[in-house]
Design a protein around this ligand. Structure first.
Ligand code: GRF
Length: 228
């Protein structure tokens, strides 16, 4: 059978349409600090984001994100990625825990593991990630350092749907951030992080509110001239 998937693992022929979600339960996956998780918790708490966080899962027991979840009264689950016969087994365990809790949308927030087809297929167009650069520039680790080293004058934030290809799924929302001549990785990362914390709840709201179309790689909303 011919493989008609593109580099992002998406079938260009498929055009998905989304209706407003009645289930607005999120599962958030973290590996570390969890400041983007906190941004989601805060947005839910102050009514900017009409959703509930059903569970926070981490592959690292000591992740600060788990502590943030507990403090907010959210179930915090540690599932070690080690010790499984294969990545597929790990993915299956993750999907099962998320499904058990009725999760509709999975938000990766500094989750440092690649997800395989089992997880991606368990949540069609239902896994989202935040990346600290304007993709497709600077995918992978140390995106802020990559941007600084390359010498770009503008970088930013991308929220995108997750596919099996690293940082390559359809883009939901991007925000730009200037790179200053005086920047270090730390100062640039801090400026990007401010935008991350605004962008992530907004993008999650867009996804849950529905009325968007996925045409190939393009995430389109009503009123967008591109949708024509
Ligand atoms: C953020 O920069 C995010 O864009 C990237 O990993 C970092 C996670 O930070 N995917 P935090 O754990 O949310 O504070």
């Amino acid at each position: 059978m011919p493989d008609d998937r593109n580099d992002a693992g998406l079938d260009f022929a498929v055009v998905a349409k989304s209706n407003p979600a009645s289930n607005r339960r999120l599962g958030v996956m973290v590996s570390g600090r969890g400041s983007n998780l906190q941004a989601l918790i805060d947005a839910v708490a102050d009514g900017r984001l009409d959703a509930s966080i059903a569970v926070v899962i981490s592959n690292r027991a000591e992740a600060e994100g788990l502590e943030r979840a507990r403090r907010a009264g959210i179930e915090a689950l540690y599932i070690n990625h080690r010790g499984w016969p294969s990545r597929d087994h790990y993915d299956r365990a993750l999907a099962e825990e998320l499904r058990k809790r009725g999760v509709r949308l999975v938000c990766l927030a500094g989750f440092m593991r690649l997800l395989g087809p089992t997880m991606i297929d368990a949540f069609p167009q239902g896994i989202v990630n935040i990346h600290p650069a304007l993709l497709p520039s600077f995918p992978g680790l140390d995106a802020q350092r990559q941007a600084l080293d390359y010498g770009v004058k503008v970088t930013g934030v991308t929220v995108h749907l997750v596919t099996t290809a690293l940082d390559a799924g359809p883009i939901i929302l991007q925000r730009s951030v200037p790179v200053l001549e005086t920047d270090t990785v730390e100062t640039l990362s801090a400026r990007i992080l401010v935008e991350e914390h605004r962008a992530y709840p907004e993008a999650v709201k867009l996804l849950l509110d529905g009325q968007w179309t996925l045409a190939g790689r393009r995430f389109l909303r009503p009123g967008s001239p591109a949708e024509g």
